[in-house]
Design a protein around this ligand. Sequence first.
Ligand SMILES: Cc1ncc(COP(=O)(O)O)c(C=O)c1O
Length: 401
Amino acid sequence: MEDAGEALAGNGEVLLLGGGNPARIPEVQRAFREAMGSLLDDAPRFDRIVGDYDGPQGNAEFLSAIAGLLNSQFNWGISENNVALTNGSQTSFFVLFNMFAGTNRDGREQRILLPLIPEYIGYTEMGLGKCIFDTCKPSITLSGDHQFKYHVDFEHLQIHSHTSALCVSRPTNPTGNVLTDAEIEQLYVLATERGLPLIIDGAYGTPFPNIIFTDATPFWDSNIILCLSLSKLGLAGVRTGIVIAHEDIIQSIKSANAILNLTPGSFGPGLTTDMVRDGSILEISNQFIRPFYQSRAEIAINWLESELAGYPFRVHTPEGAIFLWLWFKDLPITSEALYQRLKARDVLVIPGEHFFPGLTEPWKHRHECIRVSYAQDQQTVERGIAIIAEEVRAAYDDEAS
Ligand SMILES: Cc1ncc(COP(=O)(O)O)c(C=O)c1O
């Protein structure tokens, strides 16, 4: 984040392929501008949205619109008592992880189990200095010459007596993996048998922004805590997170909101309530957002394949989200060194080793991967990939000579 901030503040042109910023998709931007126009035209509503505090659970109209949308789409049978808002799903995770992990009232340590790594870098420091995660290395299947996929290694996945919740992102940041329905079901059974919640991070998932290129059934019941966000629709700046969970969990989020923020912001809900109510948020997701990213992923992979032909690279099968996860097997330099070389050439990516929260054993693979965002404009991504490929080729070639 610091590097990206410095790059944005500096004068030179830096190719920002590291961050999680959503793309600017013209049709989507237009829809949000129109929503903003309608809001401004409705003076009493606008004044209420910017002038009043909502309750600590979040804007009541938006809560009931979300419950209505999820019921109409998936028949989940929820009410607004199953929904709470936060100031972005980053905040949702901070509250949830600290609710479940850390030292409990009896002085016992509790931890969150991440069944699949690599996993979202933003979870890493949520224990405020303490590692609050356990994890397990994934199994890997290779496909074709240049792709691979991680799977939950159920044979070695251990739920400990101190495990207090399980958490997966679906689609996964950084890899673009979408856990299969079978994996989700198996995790759900494992969690439920022990009375533990399964937290599903749907920042890129269903029903919006639905950046999923495979078949993935949305799944919720009262033992699941589903975290959604408006960010990856293209509204990262409005900071709205949405938690769908059992009423008791919602009550706890509400209490945390009251302490941390008094109330979550009203602007995201104010801008999008009508779109949730009339379902156009789904149309935008399915007609514009998902196809946009899917086609960008395909194009980016084509560039990589032509730039790195003959080199032993692999990319995680892109099944969703907005990143390519590249694996340079036996790369003679670490991904951190590769990151430094790229930074010196004004290309920012994220070195892979940071995406393994909870992994304590050494694993070479961790230092062989980088995350590259393909959400920037085409020219930036193409130039960035060309420079990444030059540095990767040089690293392999130096070793060979
Ligand atoms: C997997 C995942 N979860 C959660 C977040 C946090 O998103 P926000 O706080 O913008 O809702 C992000 C942001 O990049 C993410 O990639």
